[in-house]
Write a protein that binds this ligand. Structure first.
Ligand code: URA
Length: 233
């Protein structure tokens, strides 16, 4: 391996960086699938290639090592927070499938302060308008926050502590219609000023600063799989 003769059993190899020869012939090692969590920065597009060279998520990821990485869902350009990527397309499809009800938790900074009555509309399932169409949202979990949760550092998100005339709402949804959170909060009269995704399934950004990523451990990927509701397929 890498020019040295190996006679030990059970030696660990890195399928991307190590060169392994057997009887002089290169052994092609298939790397395991990986799942990566990125704290998407403000102003970055959720696309693997931008036609006109604008900053996109692929610019921040180890694409040289994992060229088949693909985003699991999307965040708007101005939304920060956790977004997952995988080389395993079928895991991505499972996590996004509406029947799997994977929880997506957002901290929204909104104009004004929603009342409990406003939040009840989100808890009951609100009708949103998308151009010509409407979408009946499933019941969501909605909570007005007195302050940002300690697990979220404002500087690692687009949220602005102390911005006059705004408040923070924690909203958890189990579906993923385009611009859903902005449309839901707009529909109760409290438009979103800033939006941060704090959790996707069982995964949060942890200590990642905007633009930083980390590889999920095998246990974390198992946890993610177990967040897939069994009532679907
Ligand atoms: N809902 C939105 O409105 N925007 C996002 O980026 C994600 C969910």
């Amino acid at each position: 391996m890498n020019g040295a003769v190996v006679t030990e059993m059970g030696i660990q190899v890195d399928p991307i960086h190590d060169e392994v020869l057997f009887d002089g012939t290169r052994v092609v090692l298939e790397p395991d699938n990986v799942v990566i969590a990125l704290n998407k920065p403000d102003g970055c597009y959720t696309t693997m290639r931008d036609q006109v060279g604008r900053e996109c998520v692929a610019d921040l990821l180890p694409m040289g090592d994992y060229p088949s990485l693909y985003h699991i869902g999307r965040l708007d350009r101005d939304t920060t927070g956790v977004i997952l990527f995988s080389t395993d397309g079928s895991l991505g499809n499972e996590l996004l499938h509406p029947s799997r009800h994977v929880a997506k938790e957002y901290i929204a900074q909104v104009k004004g302060t929603p009342t409990q009555k406003d939040l009840d509309k989100l808890r009951q399932g609100i009708l949103i308008r998308r151009g010509e169409n409407t979408h009946q949202c499933a019941p969501a979990e909605a909570e007005l926050l007195k302050k940002l949760p300690r697990s979220i550092r404002a500087e690692d998100s687009c949220l602005e502590v102390g911005l006059p005339g705004t408040s923070f709402v924690r909203l958890t949804i189990h579906e993923g219609v385009k611009h859903q959170v902005k449309l839901m909060l707009g529909a109760i009269g409290h438009p979103v000023v800033h939006l941060h995704r704090s959790r996707f399934g069982t995964v949060s950004c942890g200590a990642l600063k905007q633009g930083e990523w980390r590889m999920l451990s095998a246990d974390e990927v198992d946890g993610l799989r177990s967040s897939l509701s069994a009532d679907g397929r």
